[in-house]
Design a protein around this ligand. Structure first.
Ligand SMILES: [Fe+2]
Ligand SMILES: [Fe+2]
Length: 267
């Protein structure tokens, strides 16, 4: 079994400082094989904010993979935003904007959907997706393939903003090439399974995780997701902050089984 912690939208610089230690303690106790961070590490892409985010991640004592979010681009420096939009992220967080990581029999592919020409929206770039499709077709056919992206490929009910350019085309290409799961953030809103129910099966299992730490006014449901993957099953549990105890605690997991090209909800 492979255990992965999905963290997203940390927003260091505009974050709940009181939740940093409880988050660290919870992840250490879980002892995952990998921590995945799907963007918005920082609030404003400042060097000190990247330093704080990376100190937190390095302090977890486990391997992690990162991709940028729209907040990891400089907002108030138009020259940097245009000429070297990912310079601050590359210097402060990670050089690779599209990392690929294998852990156990799970392969994770990161794409970079942050776009200097949009303030909040993003774009799934076709060249990145083509490379992933090639790798999927050339790679082992028996493992679990997970896409990690900041902007969701499908917006849940109530969020129909059309914020991710190329989302539909990319979803179709990746599904046809053998992608099984999508982890995303950005919405600061939870949705595990996105449309998969007792009666509806879907080829792509989408897990949209809420913010772990953002302290913007109105933010709620802080937490992270723990995935437990076996050959053809995946269990996903939200770990939510219990405000009265300053502690992250697990909800019962949702289970999904993959068979004949589709995911079904497990009892
Ligand atoms: Fe965010
Ligand atoms: Fe975002």
């Amino acid at each position: 079994m492979t255990r992965i912690v999905h963290l997203t939208d940390l927003h260091f610089g505009l974050h709940r400082t009181d939740l940093v230690e409880p988050l660290r303690a919870a992840i250490r106790d879980i002892a995952p094989d990998l921590v995945v961070v799907s963007g918005d590490l920082t609030q404003r892409a400042r060097a000190g904010q990247f330093r704080a985010a990376m100190a937190f991640l390095r302090g977890l004592g486990v391997g992690f993979m990162l991709i940028p979010g729209n907040h990891d681009l400089p907002l108030f420096n138009p020259l940097a935003r245009l000429l070297n939009p990912f310079g601050a992220y590359r210097r402060g967080a990670a050089r690779d904007l599209t990392p690929v990581v294998q852990v156990g029999r799970v392969r994770l592919f990161g794409i970079n959907t942050a776009d200097p020409f949009q303030w909040r929206g993003g774009v799934a770039r076709m060249d990145q997706v083509a490379r992933i499709c090639q790798a999927l077709q050339a790679g082992p056919q028996d493992g679990l393939n997970i896409l990690v992206c900041h902007h969701p490929l499908e917006e849940p009910p109530g969020f129909e903003r059309g914020e991710t350019q190329n989302a539909l085309e990319v979803t179709q290409k990746l599904t046809a090439a053998g992608m099984h799961v999508v982890l995303s953030g950005h919405l600061h809103h939870w949705n595990i399974g996105l449309g998969i129910s007792d009666t509806v099966a879907r080829p792509l299992l989408q897990i949209q995780t809420g913010t772990a730490l953002c302290s913007r006014i109105g933010e709620r449901d802080h937490g992270f997701c723990v995935l437990e993957a076996e050959a053809t099953t995946l269990r996903a549990a939200r770990w939510m902050v219990a405000e009265d105890r300053a502690q992250f605690l697990p909800d019962p997991p949702a289970g999904f089984g993959y068979q004949a090209g589709v995911w079904r909800k497990l009892p």
